[in-house]
Design a protein around this ligand. Structure first.
Ligand SMILES: [Zn+2]
Length: 115
């Protein structure tokens, strides 16, 4: 009388059971298999460490500038027959102040001041 063919893991060991390697499919006792980093159980000779390049993290690429500010408002001068050569705010260090006075140099060299 012949039964099924028995492998090297087909024997009784209390508290242990048969399992197969996720890599080669070989049947072994569960206590002989080791857990792979992907969560599967493998033979000790088929288990491998996780590659170090899996842990590489990129440097964050933050493209927003650390600070920004709006452009200063345009200055419109309504002086007919006068060519403004240069105009700049006077009396304050804050170019974004709402009430600015401007010193205006004209083509004829006549300085004007706005309120
Ligand atoms: Zn194996």
């Amino acid at each position: 009388m012949s039964g099924p063919i028995k492998g090297q893991a087909d024997f009784l060991e209390l508290g242990d059971w048969n399992s197969v390697c996720s890599m080669c499919g070989r049947k072994r006792k569960a206590s002989q298999l080791v857990r792979h980093w992907q969560g599967m159980y493998r033979c000790p000779e088929h288990s491998e460490v996780r590659h170090s390049q899996d842990f590489v993290r990129a440097v964050p690429d933050i493209q927003t500038p650390p600070w920004v500010q709006p452009m200063p408002a345009d200055v419109f001068v309504d002086l007919p027959d006068t060519l403004v050569v240069e105009a700049y705010p006077v009396g304050t260090d804050d170019p974004f102040e709402s009430t600015l006075r401007f010193e205006i140099l004209t083509e004829g060299g006549v300085p004007l001041t706005t309120e």
